[in-house]
Design a binder for this molecule. Structure first.
Ligand code: DQA
Length: 151
């Protein structure tokens, strides 16, 4: 059986992890998070491609490119979570299973972070566990894909 191909998308400012608000986001860098995702993915016998973009259009294009090459998308859209109808439309447009993740618990923070445009079109959301949000999100997506694999 071919390995599942997962696209991991990190949104704006997540390239600054390690220096950005460590009391909220911790001290791990994006490279460390990506390395942990790659290790877990190898254990799960899946492939992950981790990409980070600061601009909305680049995220939309990366989602479009996933259409014929990926089986599912794990996304932390950063602040675009709370603002971007374009990213939500791209995700629902490619019709791939999506898991939304956040390092921080967005519901414990400012009220403008409580709304996600992505959540209604995602399989589910994991928020508040730091790097573990990504690892748990990957596991949930892989389980979902294996349980719902056609053929
Ligand atoms: C975030 C939460 C967002 O509100 C914020 O804009 C981010 C990071 C998180 O991972 O906790 O950039 O998505």
């Amino acid at each position: 059986m071919p390995q599942l191909q997962i696209l991991v998308l990190h949104g704006p400012n997540l390239n600054l992890l390690g220096v950005r608000d460590p009391s909220i986001y911790g001290r791990l860098t994006l490279e460390q998070i990506n390395a942990a995702l790659e290790n877990r993915s190898a254990e799960l016998h899946t492939n992950v491609a981790c990409q980070q973009y600061n601009s909305e259009g680049a995220i939309v294009e990366a989602i479009h490119e996933a259409l014929n090459s990926k089986d599912g998308i794990l996304i932390n859209a950063g602040a675009y979570t709370h603002t971007s109808i374009a990213i939500r439309d791209a995700l629902s447009g490619v019709n791939l299973p999506v898991v939304e993740v956040h390092l921080s618990n967005i519901y414990c923070r400012e009220s403008f972070r409580h709304h996600s445009y992505i959540a209604p079109i995602a399989i589910g959301q994991i928020s508040g566990f730091g790097m573990d949000s990504y690892l748990l999100g990957l596991e949930a997506l892989v389980r979902y894909l294996r349980n719902n694999r056609s053929g």
